[in-house]
Write a protein of this length. Structure first.
Length: 274
């Protein structure tokens, strides 16, 4: 391991806002913070928003600075990345920010029923051909259901049209209430987002934040000219989530990004203009 990584890992131990559970604390058992994040970590009952796969934590920190009446938890497994967000939150005394170093697979051991108000999934690996690892797959949705409040929102921001379309298909398959779906938020869809239910439920400021707050990966993809997609829905499904019909074979990988399959039926149901 490089010296810089070791230094960051050592410094991570000193950050009060960074929680790093051991495997034995989360594997098939409940972590002591489960159900107690508000009281023990933030010292209030404000709504808690979680960012899954937050990387360096830029998005978590920026949202937290904009919305001091909410608490934010960035989750990632990579300690050297979390170091950046945790250091910033510590140095700027951000009382409404925490970071959690764990595998998202263990998340049910960390959050209790109704403990979380919103989930952000930002630039996650699309996990091509590996549905069980995809963060919007039924396996994960069933996990989120155990701690997301009724009417809780899931937001997905991604450069991957594959992940966007899969997630939209999953939402439609399970009759989820879709608040907004956009395939190019900085381009053709920008104004349309202000007319979406996201805007009426969360306010125009929430739509402004979609453009003004960028993750580390997002700014890289934007600089390369890739469209950024966005999807949000209420996780209001009762019972087990089902997988969507998904024509994996139609997707052709062109380097990192995908050509949209010409026979894709799913998207056209939500984007009537074609
Ligand atoms: C492509 S990066 C995106 C980081 C950040 N959201 C951004 O946009 O800059 C994906 C992140 O998800 C994290 N990740 C992927 N799978 C994970 C898992 N199962 N549990 C925890 N973190 C995971 C990785 O460590 C990585 O930091």
């Amino acid at each position: 391991m490089g010296k810089d990584k070791l230094r960051k890992f050592r410094e991570n131990e000193t950050f009060k806002c960074l929680i790093q559970p051991s495997t034995s604390e989360v594997l098939n058992c409940d972590h002591p913070l489960k159900g107690n994040w508000g009281r023990e970590v933030f010292g209030n009952d404000n709504p808690i928003v979680v960012e899954l796969g937050c990387g360096k934590g830029d998005y978590t920190v920026d949202l937290a600075e904009r919305n001091p009446s909410c608490n934010y938890i960035g989750v990632d497994i990579k300690g050297a990345r979390l170091w950046k967000g945790a250091k910033y939150a510590t140095e700027h005394n951000l009382g409404n920010v925490a970071f959690l170093r764990t595998r998202i697979e263990f998340i049910e051991s960390l959050f209790a029923e109704n403990e979380i108000s919103e989930i952000w999934i930002t630039f996650a690996d699309p996990q091509i051909g590996r549905e069980k690892k995809r963060l919007t797959a039924p396996l994960f949705m069933n996990r989120y259901r155990n701690f997301l409040c009724k009417g809780g929102i899931i937001h997905l921001k991604t450069d991957s049209r594959y992940l966007h379309e899969y997630s939209l298909a999953m939402a439609q398959q399970n009759d989820l209430h879709i608040l907004a779906a956009a395939t190019d938020i900085y381009g053709a869809d920008r104004e349309r987002l202000y007319d979406s239910e996201l805007s009426s439920i969360c306010g125009r400021a929430a739509v402004d934040a979609l453009f003004e707050v960028q993750t580390f990966y997002e700014s890289q993809y934007l600089a390369q000219g890739f469209p950024i997609t966005y999807l949000s829905f209420l996780a209001d499904h009762e019972g087990e989530y089902l997988s969507p019909e998904w024509a994996e074979d139609l997707w052709k990988d062109e380097g990192h990004h995908f050509v949209i399959p010409s026979g894709l039926a799913v998207a056209s149901k939500f984007y009537p203009e074609g």
